[in-house]
Design a protein around this ligand. Structure first.
Ligand SMILES: [Ca+2]
Ligand SMILES: [Ca+2]
Length: 211
């Protein structure tokens, strides 16, 4: 677009000079006026298109700065919302394959961001999202990203989560309309959506595969 403008401006200027220096055409004929009007309208349209492109580019850079295509940045991490349904192990393998792990949620602010993001993705209705917590090992809930125990938790209280005992050992985020962002334990073999997370600009353990 910018290249087109840099061409159009000189062309228009030359046209104006030509019209003015030609002794036989001191006044613009209706045809020339129409041409100039058309060019001016085209340039205005180009300008507004460029403004729109600049705005969307700024938004994209701000949103994905430092993260791969398809990943979204929040603070110093990149997130991938897996919108195909996998069981917890399959989802963890997918994340590992892309240099990440199922998401460890560090605090309420991050949890709120994830929940809000799911709304942006228009996942308003019933859905569940695997996170990277599990009590598979010895009944204690830990984050598989670093094997640390949960500090921040956001279990859904209404149904007494985690309520699955030894049958439900994997963590997911609930986004039923009224349960937004609260946590639930589920059988790890259930197939649901998932969330991968990795450090910004960290390609460690990443195999060279496309997203
Ligand atoms: Ca359990
Ligand atoms: Ca449960």
């Amino acid at each position: 677009m910018i290249t087109m403008l840099t061409i159009l401006y000189p062309v228009l200027a030359l046209f104006m000079i030509f019209v003015n220096v030609d002794g036989k055409q001191t006044c613009l004929a209706p045809k020339e006026k129409t041409i100039i009007k058309t060019i001016r309208n085209s340039m205005q349209q180009l300008n507004s298109q460029i403004t729109g492109l600049e705005d969307s580019l700024k938004l994209t850079v701000k949103e994905t700065s430092g993260c791969q295509k398809g990943w979204t940045r929040y603070r110093n991490h990149c997130y991938f919302f897996g919108l195909n349904k996998l069981d917890w192990f399959e989802a963890q393998r997918y994340c590992h394959k892309h240099g990440s792990t199922l998401a460890k949620v560090d605090d309420a602010t991050e949890n709120a961001w994830i929940s809000a993001k799911t709304n942006e993705l228009q996942l308003h209705d019933v859905f569940l999202l695997w996170l990277g917590g599990s009590d598979l090992k010895d009944g204690q809930w830990i984050w598989m990203a670093d094997f640390s125990p949960f500090t921040y938790v956001n279990w859904h209280k209404g149904s007494g989560e985690p309520n699955g005992g030894t049958k439900e050992n994997c963590l997911n985020l609930l986004n039923y309309q009224k349960y937004k962002g609260t946590w639930n334990d589920l059988p790890c073999g259930d197939k649901i959506l998932y969330l991968c997370k990795k450090n910004l600009r960290c390609d460690c353990n990443s195999k060279k595969t496309s997203n």
